[in-house]
Design a protein around this ligand. Structure first.
Ligand code: ACO
Length: 334
């Protein structure tokens, strides 16, 4: 079986820092409530003139540079997002334009907070099947334009931030290089789709996919059953992590670094505690960036590599849970 590797990573977060105190000026919330419930201290919001593709571009350029590659050496672009630039075409096409890519295919994947791992699995399979040699995988979100920055939307609005992360994934034909994406497991449970979603605009809606009433009623903003999501996240993430390790014939102790989706620090602390994973083997950055959904894992991975927390040869387990519901885990030897 052809092996694959993560050859380069990069991330970008907008310069504008929005603290919990800043949010408390817009809605009835407090720094104390947000920190206690989620661990978040601040997040980044895109500037007035920044589009999702702008963020994706910055992350992609950094990942390409890290891999020592040019866009002309990429065979396909996969972009995961739940906050698209437009309804269609996908954000990947606007990234394609910005990167001045040759006529290579690109596509958006919609698997929310597990989106990057779904895209990584797709890239991995494309490469192993021999269809492509090198794929650019991006997770990108501009949540700040989609959340309701008012008391009505506070339960969701305080959790999210903007950012992008990217990875260059390629075939590893060097027998002396142990780098490999060992295993990726993906899951979904559509019956809980409405537990965390944005309803409108939508082509199931009548008489139009969007009306003034839908806007006034706040149906254009994310709605979440927080406790329900929390319970499923702390069950599904350990489940898929153990399934992935077992499929790769690895044990928890073999893993050098655990990267969990950054939805809530309490979720990650609970999962690590239940599984007996030492805190120093986990990396979190939610306190600085909030939940950046599809961008969270690639941002963490890029930070981990840049900080020397995940060097060549280390075994990294990336685990996510999100809207859909979706959950996934990837085990990679860097
Ligand atoms: N500031 C102040 N008070 C608030 C806020 C806020 N921002 N939001 C809600 N409250 C209030 C509520 O109104 C409620 O008040 P009440 O008791 O008077 O009714 C009280 O605080 C408690 O609210 P709960 O929703 O019960 O708070 P909980 O302890 O469940 O924490 C949280 C909420 C942080 C959202 C938690 O449920 C959670 O993290 N859920 C999981 C989130 C997640 O994993 N998302 C998945 C990934 S995201 C993705 O896939 C797109």
């Amino acid at each position: 079986m052809r092996r694959t590797k993560i050859a380069g990573t990069g991330f970008y977060v907008p310069e504008r820092v929005v603290t919990n105190h800043d949010l408390a000026k817009l809605m009835d919330t407090s720094d104390e409530w947000i920190r206690q419930r989620s661990g978040i201290v601040e997040r980044r919001f895109a500037s007035e003139d920044q589009t999702p593709a702008d963020l994706a571009y910055e992350a992609a350029v950094r990942a390409l540079a890290d891999a020592g590659r040019e866009i002309g050496e990429i065979d396909c672009i996969l972009l995961a997002t739940l906050s698209p630039q437009h309804e269609f075409p996908g954000t990947s096409f606007f990234l394609h334009e910005k990167l001045d890519a040759p006529e290579i295919p690109c596509m958006d994947l919609r698997a929310q907070c597990s989106g990057f791992l779904y895209a990584l699995a797709t890239a991995n399979s494309f490469i192993r099947a021999g269809q492509f040699g090198r794929v650019l995988v991006v997770g990108c979100e501009v949540h700040s334009m989609g959340i309701e920055l008012a008391t009505r939307g506070r339960d969701v609005a305080v959790l999210f931030g903007d950012g992008a992360g990217a990875a260059v994934v390629e075939a590893n034909d060097d027998a002396n290089d142990p780098a490999d994406i060992l295993e990726i497991r993906l899951h979904a449970e559509g019956r809980h789709a409405r537990k965390l979603w944005i309803e409108a605009p939508g082509c199931s809606l009548r008489p139009y996919r969007i009306t003034h009433e839908m806007i006034d009623d706040g149906r254009i903003y994310p709605k979440m059953d927080g406790k329900f999501v929390f319970k499923h996240a702390v069950t599904r993430m350990p489940e898929v992590l153990l399934e992935t390790l077992s499929a790769a014939s690895k044990k928890l102790e073999d893993v050098d670094l655990f990267l969990f989706h950054q939805a809530n620090l309490r979720i990650n602390e609970y999962v690590a505690g239940q599984m007996g994973i030492a805190p120093e083997k986990c990396l979190n950055n939610i306190e600085r960036y909030g939940n950046t959904s599809a961008a969270a894992i690639p941002i963490l991975l890029a930070e981990a590599r840049a900080a020397g927390r995940a060097g060549p040869g280390s075994l990294v387990a990336m685990t996510a849970f999100g809207s859909g519901f979706t959950w996934a885990c990837a085990l990679a030897r860097l």
